[in-house]
Ligand binder design. Structure first.
Ligand SMILES: Cc1cc2nc3c(=O)[nH]c(=O)nc-3n(C[C@H](O)[C@H](O)[C@H](O)COP(=O)(O)OP(=O)(O)OC[C@H]3O[C@@H](n4cnc5c(N)ncnc54)[C@H](O)[C@@H]3O)c2cc1C
Length: 462
């Protein structure tokens, strides 16, 4: 029986980063993955393929709707959707191969197969058994559904199938107005699909600052999205390749939506199937997440869990930070993660990005705060690129001026939020950000302006 210092179960961003850091710290490390390609949800059916298709569809949409204004006439344009999907598959393959290379480079043993605990110190993978001093569970998540909606993977689909369709749907009904539904909806809306989003709550992207959701809804409506908020879906059925989704609105009126595909994007659930948690004595909470303490250790000494399978936001970079954290904890170091400063991004266009507290959270906690804002329509850089939708919002403590939250909807918001996270890690004040020299003309100047607005209501360009 082969024995390791650390065995990581699952090769998503949490698992493969945990394995690399463990190997870097001198541990004899193995990683187990049930699929033949490494990279988990993120690389195979999540972050990477969705961004590849978002980029392709954005190019197409811009060529169709914006090039003319830039003085570029390209005549008759044709969409080659098969090529678009093929390019996405190539990007995924390159990225997954990159992880395989990193495993080799760091001398990490890759074990292919489904891992099941047989005791707190050992697992079986097929016919083989492996022992380790420490296990890091990084088994991730799977799409969930709601009562009355059975996913058939043909017409009633999850994000996984939506990223590999063989045709551009004429009409897609999306259940759920969260990040995954809106990103995939954006891909297809840009390619000409009529998108109808049916959402249970009264807003989209409900866990972000509410100003962002309102603005995003406005922009997506201009792209042709239809939103049905406060609608509770009760069923989804398929007949002759047509789907019908039934929902009731807040007045209890029943509505039906038809289309050729129904995308179920109502969230994801932790995945621990056949992991043998009971054999190791590992507990889960009421929602199926593996219970961990502040060191990400389960109730069993030497068994840790990270990423989507434990509490917290389901994001690749959160899983990665936890992977590093656990490897360093096993090595006796004292790592730190500020879970308040994990940025969240939605890759629609304009992008949406956020870090820190939302205005709603500050109100709820009774924190006294100041607000600063700057609209992209006042940005010269945004005017040059014709990307004037959106704004930056800075929230800072009304007594100390410390930045408490930064919320952006606008061009390259996903990149600007990096500066916001750095500033907040170093506990910057709004004045600090406002006094930092930003290159001109850049989208990031809008963050400086919003910070000045939060500091003393004297932005320079508004
Ligand atoms: C469409 C979509 C788009 C997304 N876009 C983004 C984005 O832009 N940015 C972002 O931060 N996040 C994004 N996410 C979320 C992101 O993919 C997840 O948060 C991230 O993958 C979680 O990483 P993880 O390591 O915890 O688990 P996963 O990536 O889910 O990996 C878990 C791995 O464990 C393997 N496994 C499970 N059980 C076993 C077992 N018993 N034995 C062996 N192997 C096992 C699985 O096969 C899988 O490969 C997106 C998700 C989706 C679905």
């Amino acid at each position: 029986m082969e024995k390791y210092n650390v065995i990581v179960i699952g090769s998503g961003p949490g698992g493969y980063i945990a394995a690399i850091r463990s190997a870097q710290l001198g541990f004899k490390t193995a990683i187990v993955e049930r699929y033949t390609t490494l990279g988990g949800t993120c690389l195979n059916v999540g972050c990477i393929p969705s961004k590849a298709l978002l980029d392709s569809s954005e190019q197409y949409y811009n060529a169709l709707t914006k090039f003319k204004a830039h003085g570029i006439n390209i005549g008759d344009m044709k969409l080659d959707f098969t090529q678009m999907i093929k390019r996405k598959a190539e990007v995924v393959k390159q990225t997954c191969d990159g992880v395989a290379y990193l495993m080799k480079k760091n001398k990490i043993a890759v074990i292919t197969g489904h891992a099941t605990f047989i005791s707190p110190k050992s697992i079986s993978v097929g016919e083989q058994t492996f022992e380790a001093d420490n296990f890091i569970i990084a088994t991730g998540s799977k799409p969930s559904t709601i009562q009355g909606v059975t996913i058939d993977k043909q017409r009633i689909i999850t994000s996984t199938e939506a990223l590999s369709l063989k045709e551009v749907p004429a009409k897609m009904v999306i259940i759920g107005g969260g990040v995954i539904g809106l990103e995939i909806g954006s891909v297809y809306a840009r390619l000409g699909t009529k998108i109808q989003v049916v959402e249970f709550t009264d807003k989209i992207i409900g866990n972000m600052d509410s100003g962002l959701g309102k603005e995003l809804q406005k922009v997506l409506q201009k792209e042709g999205f239809e939103f049905y908020l406060s609608h509770k879906v009760s069923s989804a059925t398929v007949k002759d390749n047509e789907i019908t989704v039934t929902a009731t609105d807040s007045q209890n009126k029943t509505l039906t939506f038809t289309g050729d595909y129904c995308l179920v994007a109502v969230g994801r659930k932790p995945y621990t199937e056949n992991l043998g948690l009971d054999k190791a004595g590992i507990k889960t909470d009421a929602r199926g997440f593996i219970s961990v303490n502040e060191k990400l250790e389960t109730g069993v000494t030497g068994i840790y869990a990270i990423g989507d399978v434990v509490r917290g936001v389901m994001l690749a970079h959160k899983a990665e930070e936890e992977g590093v954290f656990v490897a360093e904890t096993i090595a006796g170091q004292k790592p730190h993660i500020d879970f308040n400063l994990i940025p969240g991004v939605i890759y629609t266009w304009p992008e949406v990005a956020s870090v820190g507290q939302t205005e709603e959270q500050l109100k709820q906690k009774g924190v006294s705060y100041k607000t600063g804002g700057f609209p992209f329509k006042a940005s010269a850089r945004a005017r040059a690129s014709m990307d004037t939708d959106g704004f930056v919002k800075v929230l800072s403590d009304s007594k100390t001026d410390e930045v408490l939250g930064i919320h952006i909807i606008g061009p390259r918001a996903a990149d600007i939020i990096g500066e916001a996270a750095v500033a907040m890690e170093f506990r910057a004040s709004a004045e600090d950000i406002g006094r930092i020299c930003h290159a001109h003309p850049t989208y990031s100047e809008s963050l400086k302006e919003a910070a000045l607005d939060a500091y003393d209501k004297k932005p320079l360009n508004l």
